[in-house]
Write a protein that binds this ligand. Structure first.
Ligand SMILES: [Zn+2]
Length: 413
Protein backbone atom coordinates (compact mmCIF):
# COMPACT_ATOMS: atom_id res chain seq x y z
CA UNK A 1 0.00 0.00 0.00
CA UNK A 2 1.36 3.42 -0.90
CA UNK A 3 1.20 5.62 2.17
CA UNK A 4 3.22 8.67 1.17
CA UNK A 5 2.49 11.52 -1.08
CA UNK A 6 -0.45 13.27 0.45
CA UNK A 7 0.49 16.87 1.19
CA UNK A 8 -1.68 17.68 4.21
CA UNK A 9 -0.01 21.06 4.67
CA UNK A 10 -1.10 22.09 1.17
CA UNK A 11 -4.72 21.25 2.11
CA UNK A 12 -4.54 23.53 5.15
CA UNK A 13 -3.07 26.31 2.98
CA UNK A 14 -5.91 25.79 0.50
CA UNK A 15 -8.48 26.09 3.31
CA UNK A 16 -6.93 29.42 4.26
CA UNK A 17 -6.90 30.54 0.65
CA UNK A 18 -10.61 29.75 0.34
CA UNK A 19 -11.40 31.54 3.62
CA UNK A 20 -9.52 34.59 2.33
CA UNK A 21 -11.35 34.49 -1.00
CA UNK A 22 -14.90 33.89 0.26
CA UNK A 23 -14.90 34.98 3.91
CA UNK A 24 -14.93 38.32 5.69
CA UNK A 25 -14.64 39.75 9.19
CA UNK A 26 -17.89 37.99 10.16
CA UNK A 27 -16.92 34.57 8.79
CA UNK A 28 -17.57 32.48 5.69
CA UNK A 29 -20.15 33.70 3.16
CA UNK A 30 -20.44 30.76 0.79
CA UNK A 31 -24.23 30.45 0.93
CA UNK A 32 -25.42 28.11 -1.82
CA UNK A 33 -26.94 29.62 -4.97
CA UNK A 34 -25.18 32.98 -4.41
CA UNK A 35 -22.31 34.68 -6.21
CA UNK A 36 -19.78 33.90 -3.47
CA UNK A 37 -20.66 30.22 -3.63
CA UNK A 38 -20.22 30.28 -7.40
CA UNK A 39 -16.80 31.89 -6.91
CA UNK A 40 -15.84 29.17 -4.43
CA UNK A 41 -16.94 26.55 -6.92
CA UNK A 42 -14.89 28.14 -9.72
CA UNK A 43 -11.86 28.17 -7.41
CA UNK A 44 -12.37 24.47 -6.66
CA UNK A 45 -12.91 23.60 -10.31
CA UNK A 46 -9.67 25.34 -11.30
CA UNK A 47 -7.79 23.27 -8.71
CA UNK A 48 -9.44 20.05 -9.91
CA UNK A 49 -8.50 20.86 -13.51
CA UNK A 50 -4.81 20.80 -12.47
CA UNK A 51 -5.06 17.25 -11.13
CA UNK A 52 -3.49 14.62 -13.34
CA UNK A 53 -5.78 11.61 -13.79
CA UNK A 54 -9.08 13.48 -13.46
CA UNK A 55 -10.65 13.07 -16.87
CA UNK A 56 -14.01 14.67 -16.34
CA UNK A 57 -15.45 17.52 -14.26
CA UNK A 58 -19.20 18.01 -14.53
CA UNK A 59 -22.19 19.49 -12.75
CA UNK A 60 -25.24 17.24 -12.44
CA UNK A 61 -28.96 18.07 -12.65
CA UNK A 62 -29.10 19.01 -8.95
CA UNK A 63 -26.06 21.30 -9.13
CA UNK A 64 -23.61 18.84 -7.56
CA UNK A 65 -20.03 19.09 -8.87
CA UNK A 66 -18.32 15.81 -9.79
CA UNK A 67 -14.68 15.08 -10.66
CA UNK A 68 -13.89 11.61 -11.95
CA UNK A 69 -10.60 9.73 -12.04
CA UNK A 70 -11.42 6.53 -13.95
CA UNK A 71 -10.05 3.17 -12.85
CA UNK A 72 -10.05 -0.16 -14.69
CA UNK A 73 -13.63 -0.66 -13.54
CA UNK A 74 -16.56 1.76 -13.42
CA UNK A 75 -17.25 0.94 -9.75
CA UNK A 76 -16.60 4.18 -7.94
CA UNK A 77 -15.51 5.14 -4.45
CA UNK A 78 -16.91 8.59 -3.66
CA UNK A 79 -15.27 11.30 -1.54
CA UNK A 80 -17.90 13.89 -0.66
CA UNK A 81 -18.14 17.29 0.95
CA UNK A 82 -19.87 20.64 0.59
CA UNK A 83 -18.19 23.94 -0.13
CA UNK A 84 -21.31 25.92 0.79
CA UNK A 85 -21.55 27.45 4.26
CA UNK A 86 -24.05 29.19 6.50
CA UNK A 87 -23.87 33.01 6.50
CA UNK A 88 -21.17 34.12 9.00
CA UNK A 89 -20.02 30.52 9.10
CA UNK A 90 -16.71 28.94 10.00
CA UNK A 91 -13.71 28.18 7.81
CA UNK A 92 -14.04 24.38 8.03
CA UNK A 93 -17.65 23.19 7.99
CA UNK A 94 -18.13 21.41 4.69
CA UNK A 95 -15.15 22.68 2.75
CA UNK A 96 -12.66 20.69 4.85
CA UNK A 97 -13.72 17.50 3.18
CA UNK A 98 -13.98 18.97 -0.29
CA UNK A 99 -10.43 20.24 0.02
CA UNK A 100 -9.11 17.13 1.79
CA UNK A 101 -10.66 15.06 -1.01
CA UNK A 102 -8.98 17.31 -3.59
CA UNK A 103 -5.64 16.61 -1.91
CA UNK A 104 -6.35 12.85 -1.84
CA UNK A 105 -7.29 12.97 -5.53
CA UNK A 106 -3.97 14.68 -6.34
CA UNK A 107 -2.20 11.60 -4.98
CA UNK A 108 -4.53 8.79 -6.01
CA UNK A 109 -5.94 10.02 -9.35
CA UNK A 110 -2.67 9.63 -11.31
CA UNK A 111 -2.12 6.09 -9.97
CA UNK A 112 -3.13 2.85 -11.65
CA UNK A 113 -6.34 1.74 -9.90
CA UNK A 114 -8.94 -1.00 -10.18
CA UNK A 115 -11.78 1.19 -8.98
CA UNK A 116 -12.81 4.62 -10.14
CA UNK A 117 -12.41 7.50 -7.72
CA UNK A 118 -14.84 10.42 -7.70
CA UNK A 119 -14.99 13.66 -5.75
CA UNK A 120 -18.42 15.19 -5.23
CA UNK A 121 -19.08 18.69 -3.95
CA UNK A 122 -22.75 18.60 -2.92
CA UNK A 123 -24.93 21.60 -3.68
CA UNK A 124 -26.61 23.38 -0.77
CA UNK A 125 -25.93 21.06 2.14
CA UNK A 126 -26.71 23.80 4.63
CA UNK A 127 -30.08 24.99 3.34
CA UNK A 128 -29.07 28.40 4.66
CA UNK A 129 -31.00 30.45 2.11
CA UNK A 130 -34.17 28.42 1.55
CA UNK A 131 -34.35 26.29 4.69
CA UNK A 132 -34.02 22.84 3.10
CA UNK A 133 -30.70 21.23 3.99
CA UNK A 134 -29.08 18.27 2.15
CA UNK A 135 -30.49 19.59 -1.14
CA UNK A 136 -28.04 18.08 -3.64
CA UNK A 137 -27.45 14.78 -1.85
CA UNK A 138 -31.17 14.44 -1.07
CA UNK A 139 -32.00 15.04 -4.74
CA UNK A 140 -29.48 12.40 -5.84
CA UNK A 141 -30.83 9.97 -3.23
CA UNK A 142 -34.36 10.94 -4.39
CA UNK A 143 -35.49 11.55 -0.81
CA UNK A 144 -35.97 15.19 -1.83
CA UNK A 145 -38.85 15.61 -4.29
CA UNK A 146 -39.31 18.79 -6.36
CA UNK A 147 -42.80 19.36 -4.91
CA UNK A 148 -41.43 19.35 -1.33
CA UNK A 149 -39.41 22.50 -2.02
CA UNK A 150 -41.20 24.19 -4.93
CA UNK A 151 -42.81 26.90 -2.77
CA UNK A 152 -39.77 27.80 -0.68
CA UNK A 153 -38.70 31.46 -0.78
CA UNK A 154 -35.68 33.26 0.64
CA UNK A 155 -35.89 36.33 2.92
CA UNK A 156 -36.11 38.65 -0.07
CA UNK A 157 -39.02 36.71 -1.54
CA UNK A 158 -36.96 35.02 -4.28
CA UNK A 159 -38.48 31.63 -5.10
CA UNK A 160 -36.23 28.57 -4.93
CA UNK A 161 -36.99 27.45 -8.53
CA UNK A 162 -35.89 30.90 -9.79
CA UNK A 163 -32.64 30.85 -7.80
CA UNK A 164 -31.95 27.35 -9.10
CA UNK A 165 -32.64 28.43 -12.68
CA UNK A 166 -30.10 31.26 -12.30
CA UNK A 167 -27.60 28.53 -11.43
CA UNK A 168 -28.56 26.37 -14.39
CA UNK A 169 -30.64 23.92 -12.34
CA UNK A 170 -34.17 22.90 -13.38
CA UNK A 171 -36.06 21.90 -10.21
CA UNK A 172 -38.17 19.37 -12.08
CA UNK A 173 -35.07 17.48 -13.17
CA UNK A 174 -33.06 17.37 -9.92
CA UNK A 175 -33.79 13.70 -9.24
CA UNK A 176 -31.97 12.83 -12.48
CA UNK A 177 -28.82 13.37 -10.39
CA UNK A 178 -29.53 9.84 -9.10
CA UNK A 179 -27.82 8.63 -12.28
CA UNK A 180 -24.49 9.73 -10.78
CA UNK A 181 -24.85 7.10 -8.06
CA UNK A 182 -25.40 4.11 -10.35
CA UNK A 183 -21.74 3.09 -10.32
CA UNK A 184 -21.03 4.18 -6.72
CA UNK A 185 -20.00 1.45 -4.29
CA UNK A 186 -18.83 3.39 -1.21
CA UNK A 187 -19.06 6.89 0.20
CA UNK A 188 -16.47 8.54 2.47
CA UNK A 189 -16.78 11.91 4.19
CA UNK A 190 -14.52 13.80 6.57
CA UNK A 191 -16.08 16.53 8.70
CA UNK A 192 -15.38 18.57 11.79
CA UNK A 193 -17.20 17.14 14.80
CA UNK A 194 -19.08 20.39 15.59
CA UNK A 195 -19.38 19.14 19.18
CA UNK A 196 -17.17 18.86 22.29
CA UNK A 197 -16.72 15.07 22.62
CA UNK A 198 -13.31 14.53 20.97
CA UNK A 199 -11.78 17.62 22.55
CA UNK A 200 -12.90 16.47 26.02
CA UNK A 201 -11.27 13.09 25.37
CA UNK A 202 -8.15 14.87 24.08
CA UNK A 203 -8.32 12.93 20.81
CA UNK A 204 -7.86 14.49 17.37
CA UNK A 205 -10.17 12.13 15.48
CA UNK A 206 -13.07 9.72 15.71
CA UNK A 207 -15.10 7.33 13.56
CA UNK A 208 -18.77 8.16 13.10
CA UNK A 209 -21.14 5.25 13.68
CA UNK A 210 -24.11 6.87 12.00
CA UNK A 211 -26.51 9.74 12.43
CA UNK A 212 -28.99 9.89 15.27
CA UNK A 213 -32.65 9.10 14.83
CA UNK A 214 -34.87 11.84 16.20
CA UNK A 215 -38.28 11.77 17.92
CA UNK A 216 -39.55 15.32 18.42
CA UNK A 217 -42.80 15.97 20.25
CA UNK A 218 -44.90 18.72 21.83
CA UNK A 219 -46.06 17.59 25.27
CA UNK A 220 -49.11 19.46 26.64
CA UNK A 221 -50.31 19.35 30.24
CA UNK A 222 -53.77 20.64 31.27
CA UNK A 223 -54.83 21.27 34.88
CA UNK A 224 -56.69 24.26 36.25
CA UNK A 225 -55.15 27.62 37.01
CA UNK A 226 -56.23 29.40 40.19
CA UNK A 227 -55.18 32.15 42.62
CA UNK A 228 -51.72 31.79 44.08
CA UNK A 229 -52.86 33.08 47.46
CA UNK A 230 -56.18 31.33 48.01
CA UNK A 231 -55.33 27.81 46.73
CA UNK A 232 -53.64 25.46 49.23
CA UNK A 233 -50.73 23.45 47.93
CA UNK A 234 -52.39 20.06 48.22
CA UNK A 235 -55.35 20.83 45.96
CA UNK A 236 -53.53 22.47 43.08
CA UNK A 237 -53.71 21.14 39.54
CA UNK A 238 -50.50 22.83 38.39
CA UNK A 239 -49.68 22.01 34.77
CA UNK A 240 -46.27 23.67 34.89
CA UNK A 241 -45.18 21.55 37.85
CA UNK A 242 -46.29 18.42 36.00
CA UNK A 243 -44.25 19.56 32.98
CA UNK A 244 -41.20 20.50 35.04
CA UNK A 245 -41.16 17.16 36.89
CA UNK A 246 -41.54 15.37 33.54
CA UNK A 247 -38.67 17.32 31.97
CA UNK A 248 -36.39 16.18 34.79
CA UNK A 249 -37.49 12.58 34.26
CA UNK A 250 -36.74 12.86 30.52
CA UNK A 251 -33.29 14.26 31.29
CA UNK A 252 -32.54 11.58 33.89
CA UNK A 253 -33.63 8.77 31.58
CA UNK A 254 -31.26 10.00 28.84
CA UNK A 255 -28.41 10.63 31.29
CA UNK A 256 -28.67 6.99 32.43
CA UNK A 257 -28.17 5.61 28.91
CA UNK A 258 -25.12 5.51 26.62
CA UNK A 259 -24.75 8.28 24.03
CA UNK A 260 -28.36 9.44 23.67
CA UNK A 261 -29.92 12.89 24.04
CA UNK A 262 -33.15 14.30 25.46
CA UNK A 263 -33.79 18.03 25.32
CA UNK A 264 -36.65 20.24 26.40
CA UNK A 265 -36.31 23.25 24.13
CA UNK A 266 -39.42 25.43 24.40
CA UNK A 267 -41.77 25.83 27.37
CA UNK A 268 -44.99 27.87 27.28
CA UNK A 269 -47.42 28.41 30.13
CA UNK A 270 -50.81 29.97 30.62
CA UNK A 271 -51.94 32.25 32.16
CA UNK A 272 -48.28 33.22 32.88
CA UNK A 273 -48.98 35.83 35.56
CA UNK A 274 -47.43 36.17 39.02
CA UNK A 275 -50.69 35.79 40.92
CA UNK A 276 -51.76 32.38 39.61
CA UNK A 277 -50.24 28.97 39.08
CA UNK A 278 -50.50 27.66 35.54
CA UNK A 279 -53.37 25.50 34.37
CA UNK A 280 -51.78 24.86 31.00
CA UNK A 281 -48.22 24.12 29.95
CA UNK A 282 -46.71 22.88 26.72
CA UNK A 283 -43.10 21.95 26.13
CA UNK A 284 -41.03 20.27 23.49
CA UNK A 285 -39.10 17.06 23.86
CA UNK A 286 -36.41 16.17 21.32
CA UNK A 287 -34.99 12.66 21.81
CA UNK A 288 -32.06 11.25 19.81
CA UNK A 289 -30.40 7.86 19.66
CA UNK A 290 -28.44 5.79 17.17
CA UNK A 291 -30.37 2.61 17.91
CA UNK A 292 -33.99 2.48 16.76
CA UNK A 293 -35.11 0.27 19.66
CA UNK A 294 -33.42 2.48 22.22
CA UNK A 295 -35.15 5.51 20.73
CA UNK A 296 -38.55 3.79 20.87
CA UNK A 297 -37.91 2.74 24.47
CA UNK A 298 -36.94 6.30 25.42
CA UNK A 299 -40.19 7.56 23.92
CA UNK A 300 -42.26 4.89 25.67
CA UNK A 301 -40.64 5.61 29.06
CA UNK A 302 -41.11 9.35 28.60
CA UNK A 303 -44.81 8.94 27.81
CA UNK A 304 -45.32 6.65 30.82
CA UNK A 305 -43.45 9.05 33.10
CA UNK A 306 -45.47 12.05 31.93
CA UNK A 307 -48.75 10.19 32.40
CA UNK A 308 -47.85 9.08 35.94
CA UNK A 309 -46.72 12.58 36.92
CA UNK A 310 -49.76 14.22 35.31
CA UNK A 311 -52.03 11.98 37.36
CA UNK A 312 -50.20 12.82 40.58
CA UNK A 313 -50.55 16.52 39.82
CA UNK A 314 -54.24 16.31 38.90
CA UNK A 315 -53.54 17.17 35.27
CA UNK A 316 -53.92 15.47 31.91
CA UNK A 317 -51.24 15.11 29.24
CA UNK A 318 -51.26 14.88 25.45
CA UNK A 319 -48.43 14.18 23.04
CA UNK A 320 -48.15 15.45 19.47
CA UNK A 321 -45.33 14.35 17.16
CA UNK A 322 -43.66 17.34 15.49
CA UNK A 323 -40.97 15.50 13.51
CA UNK A 324 -39.22 12.19 13.27
CA UNK A 325 -36.33 10.63 11.39
CA UNK A 326 -34.99 7.13 11.74
CA UNK A 327 -31.38 6.46 12.84
CA UNK A 328 -29.06 5.99 9.86
CA UNK A 329 -26.22 3.62 10.80
CA UNK A 330 -23.01 3.55 8.75
CA UNK A 331 -21.39 0.41 7.33
CA UNK A 332 -19.67 -1.88 9.86
CA UNK A 333 -16.80 -2.89 7.56
CA UNK A 334 -16.07 0.71 6.58
CA UNK A 335 -16.26 1.73 10.26
CA UNK A 336 -13.49 -0.80 10.95
CA UNK A 337 -11.40 0.53 8.05
CA UNK A 338 -11.92 4.11 9.23
CA UNK A 339 -10.78 3.15 12.70
CA UNK A 340 -7.63 1.53 11.28
CA UNK A 341 -6.92 4.64 9.22
CA UNK A 342 -7.24 6.92 12.26
CA UNK A 343 -5.16 4.62 14.46
CA UNK A 344 -2.40 4.64 11.85
CA UNK A 345 -2.13 8.42 11.66
CA UNK A 346 -3.24 9.49 15.14
CA UNK A 347 -2.46 6.47 17.33
CA UNK A 348 -5.91 6.33 18.89
CA UNK A 349 -9.52 6.62 17.79
CA UNK A 350 -12.99 6.86 19.28
CA UNK A 351 -16.37 5.71 17.95
CA UNK A 352 -19.16 8.25 18.24
CA UNK A 353 -22.55 9.03 16.74
CA UNK A 354 -23.27 12.23 14.82
CA UNK A 355 -25.85 14.60 16.23
CA UNK A 356 -26.13 16.75 13.10
CA UNK A 357 -27.27 15.23 9.80
CA UNK A 358 -24.77 15.15 6.95
CA UNK A 359 -24.81 14.35 3.22
CA UNK A 360 -23.38 10.99 4.31
CA UNK A 361 -26.75 10.16 5.89
CA UNK A 362 -28.39 10.41 2.45
CA UNK A 363 -25.67 8.23 0.90
CA UNK A 364 -25.88 5.63 3.70
CA UNK A 365 -29.43 4.83 2.55
CA UNK A 366 -27.95 3.72 -0.79
CA UNK A 367 -24.42 2.39 -0.32
CA UNK A 368 -21.77 1.48 2.30
CA UNK A 369 -20.84 4.78 3.94
CA UNK A 370 -18.65 6.06 6.73
CA UNK A 371 -17.52 9.41 8.13
CA UNK A 372 -14.42 10.62 9.94
CA UNK A 373 -14.70 13.37 12.53
CA UNK A 374 -11.88 15.70 13.49
CA UNK A 375 -11.97 17.61 16.77
CA UNK A 376 -13.75 20.97 17.00
CA UNK A 377 -12.35 23.46 19.50
CA UNK A 378 -14.90 24.31 22.22
CA UNK A 379 -17.46 22.36 20.21
CA UNK A 380 -18.27 25.48 18.18
CA UNK A 381 -19.55 25.47 14.61
CA UNK A 382 -21.77 27.58 12.35
CA UNK A 383 -19.92 30.62 13.69
CA UNK A 384 -16.70 32.39 12.73
CA UNK A 385 -15.25 31.07 16.03
CA UNK A 386 -15.30 27.53 14.57
CA UNK A 387 -11.75 26.14 14.68
CA UNK A 388 -9.56 23.03 14.77
CA UNK A 389 -5.77 23.00 15.43
CA UNK A 390 -3.90 22.92 12.13
CA UNK A 391 -1.93 19.82 13.12
CA UNK A 392 -5.22 17.98 13.62
CA UNK A 393 -6.49 19.17 10.25
CA UNK A 394 -3.34 17.74 8.71
CA UNK A 395 -3.89 14.43 10.49
CA UNK A 396 -7.45 14.34 9.17
CA UNK A 397 -6.32 14.79 5.57
CA UNK A 398 -3.84 11.94 6.00
CA UNK A 399 -6.52 9.76 7.61
CA UNK A 400 -8.88 10.37 4.69
CA UNK A 401 -6.11 9.38 2.29
CA UNK A 402 -5.52 6.13 4.23
CA UNK A 403 -9.23 5.42 4.38
CA UNK A 404 -9.59 5.98 0.62
CA UNK A 405 -6.75 3.52 -0.03
CA UNK A 406 -8.23 0.94 2.33
CA UNK A 407 -11.67 1.34 0.82
CA UNK A 408 -10.33 0.86 -2.70
CA UNK A 409 -8.62 -2.35 -1.58
CA UNK A 410 -11.82 -3.48 0.17
CA UNK A 411 -13.80 -2.70 -2.98
CA UNK A 412 -11.40 -4.83 -5.01
CA UNK A 413 -12.13 -7.93 -2.94
ZN1 LIG B 1 -21.21 20.48 7.10
Amino acid sequence: MQTEGVDARRAVEALKELAELTGGPDGARRVAWTETWTEARQWLRAKLEEVEGISEIETDEAGNLWATAPGEREDAVLLGGHIDSVPNGGWLDGCLNTIAALEVMRVLAPQQRGVTLRLVDWADEEGARFGRSLFGSGAAATTLKPDDVRNLKDRDGVALPDALAENGVDLDRVNEAAGQLETAIAYLELHIEQGPVLERMDLPMGVVLGTFGVERHAVRFAGQHAHSGSTPMDVRRDAFIAAARSAIEFRNDAAGRDDVRATTGFVNVSPAIVTAFNGWCEMSLDQRALDEEVLLDMLKKAKEASEGIAEEEGASVEWERLWQIEPIPFNDELIDLAEEAINEVAGESHRLPSGPLHDAAEMARIMPTVMLFVKSLRGLSHTKEEDTPEEDLELSVRALHRLAQKTMEWAGK
